[in-house]
Design a protein around this ligand. Structure first.
Ligand SMILES: O=C(O)CCC(=O)C(=O)O
Ligand SMILES: [Fe+2]
Length: 321
């Protein structure tokens, strides 16, 4: 606190914010309004937070982790059926199909990316995986949508505003499962390069093996020390819609632990045909200039894929100021 009692700006040693989801959904009116304030502050000061008491059963998460492990442990031939192609392919798997890909100087991981909303897609094997994933993503989507309502209110709008403006009922949700092999399987560098995600909010759950880091005040900070919590990250379209108030969070992964790391990651975006720009309500004030060019979400995804190959980011193409 400063001498006049107002909160001072964030200090690097401030702990990462922790948000109690249960207060958002079943707290008293006072608790809900306080947690919405906390969400707003977390989104503005950090661009990320840990979410506890999210109500997603630990047993379901453990079963998802187990089934994901089984998926990645299938033979290369079995996984080839789901090999990655275009960015909007409903099922995209990228693994060490070709041993030459395992360049030990590059950060290595395998992944399976599924479009799970508006339509649900999932590999038909291993047995039971699809049924489990379908239950899991319904639950994470519900949490994400409640969080977006809270974010909407924290920006001074009514809870349903972002849902309506961004057509979230037919919103695009992915389930990306990342698999960082154990040191026994692969003794090179395991991780993921610094990046921001597309969409509004990413929900991420890890299997107890740390590695995720966020850039905060010029320092990389680990995001792993809250048990049974989801890491929530602001994504590009949150920054665009809020006209720069809630910044997209730069994150990376470096796995030092020798065990296998698995993460269940849900980016949640608007519907693919929604053109996203700064909220018109935020631009009503004469003094407020748009900081981003509007772009259709599907175009953004395609542009991002193309530019990533060139080591660039789509975000830089639409930033105006
Ligand atoms: O697996 C992780 O630790 C990070 C994954 C991630 O950032 C992503 O899939 O976009
Ligand atoms: Fe990410």
């Amino acid at each position: 606190m400063s001498s006049n009692g107002a909160p001072t700006s964030l200090e690097p040693q401030d702990p990462m914010p922790v948000i109690d989801y249960s207060l958002l959904t079943s707290g008293t009116a006072h608790e809900r309004s306080k947690v919405i304030q906390d969400i707003g502050k977390a989104c503005e000061d950090w661009g990320c937070f840990m979410l506890v008491n999210h109500g997603i059963p630990e047993i379901l998460i453990a079963e998802m982790m187990h089934a994901s492990n089984e998926f990645f442990n299938m033979t290369t031939e079995e996984k080839l059926e789901f090999e990655a192609h275009g960015v909007l392919d409903p099922i995209r798997c990228s693994t060490g199909f070709n041993p030459d890909n395992k360049n030990k100087d590059l950060l290595w991981r395998e992944y399976l990316r599924l479009i799970v909303h508006p339509d649900f897609n999932c590999p038909h094997k291993p047995p039971g995986f699809s049924e489990l994933a379908s239950i899991y993503v319904k639950k994470t989507r519900m949490v994400a949508m409640e969080l977006v309502k809270g974010v909407s209110e924290s920006l001074g709008f009514e809870a349903s505003y972002m849902n309506e403006e961004l057509n979230l009922d037919s919103g695009f949700q992915l389930l990306a499962i990342n698999y960082y092999p154990s040191l026994m399987e692969f003794d090179g560098k395991r991780g993921l390069m610094p990046h921001t995600d597309h969409g509004l909010l990413t929900l991420l759950y890890e299997n107890g093996v740390p590695g995720l880091e966020v850039l905060q005040n010029g320092k990389w900070i680990g995001m792993s020390d809250v048990p049974n919590a989801f890491a929530i990250l602001n994504s590009d379209h949150m920054e665009i819609f809020s006209n720069g108030k809630y910044k997209s969070k730069l994150h990376r992964t470096i796995v030092k632990d020798k065990r296998t790391r698995i993460t269940l990651v849900n980016p949640n975006g608007p519907s693919l045909d929604t053109t996203v720009g700064p909220s018109s309500r935020l631009l009503e004030h004469d003094t407020c200039l748009p900081r981003y060019l509007p772009m259709k979400y599907s175009e953004y995804l395609k542009l991002q894929t193309k530019l990533t190959m060139e080591g660039k980011h789509a975000f830089d193409k639409i930033r105006l100021l």
